[in-house]
Design a protein. Structure first.
Lengths: 111, 111
DNA sequence: CAGCAATATGCCCATGTGGTTATATACCGG
DNA sequence: CCGGTATATAACCACATGGGCATATTGCTG
């Protein structure tokens, strides 16, 4: 598992990070909120921790996880050269997301 | 291949996008610049196009590819809730990247 | 110390994906 | 029309990874 990009390619991991963005949480909380089996949560947290996305604090039997910003900063930095493409027209994203919503993921669409 | 995040998880695809960020390029150009076999470049371009990251223009036998911003905007938008973690201390990224550079990707590092 | 709660690990399997090689297709110049 | 160039597609394989289940570990409480 290499880059920060590969880490956040996993939907459940992104969900975990998004939850931790608002506040730190224990494994059990994440498990309940996301409806993901506990071993799976622990596995993803392990990956996230090894990659530096989160760190844990011990609270009795609980392990409380919180965000570490550095790897996400890295992603943010990579995006920089592309921002010039949209810094102007801000609502293109909205249109794009709308299109994603309706369009069933087509294959082999020629252009 | 689902999310935009999965698409940019691949290093060669990120390299292609980074090259296209500065200007549009033909398949051959990408092949030479990146030292990647041609079928591989075409495959990645196919994935990128299907996911909306690039579009192509025909120039004689050449296909010239250029960036389409929407999927990257999506990634940028996902990052928004995390920005509060680093909008203050800007140089944490630099320290992080330094650490990445020296530290050989260790396994099982406890915290 | 027993027993329970919370979390981490190990193992196995199914699946997806990138690399590679060979081949097909498209377009050009002569 | 031919040969060559540029790109796309197909078929195959090796490998990593996420899910699921069972089990190990750790710490609290009575």
């Amino acid at each position: 598992m290499e880059s920060s990009f590969a880490i956040i390619a996993e939907p459940n991991r992104r969900a975990i990070l998004s939850l931790l963005a608002s506040s730190e949480r224990s494994v059990g909380e994440l498990e309940r909120r996301l409806r993901i089996p506990q071993p799976s949560v622990s596995k993803h947290l392990r990956v996230l921790r090894d990659a530096g996305f989160v760190e844990s604090r011990v609270d009795a039997q609980r392990r409380v996880y919180r965000i570490r910003p550095e790897p996400l900063m890295e992603v943010d930095a990579w995006l920089a050269p592309f921002r010039r493409f949209w810094s102007a027209h801000v609502d293109a994203l909205e249109r794009h997301l709308d299109r994603m919503a309706e369009a069933p993921p087509k294959k082999g669409k020629r252009r």
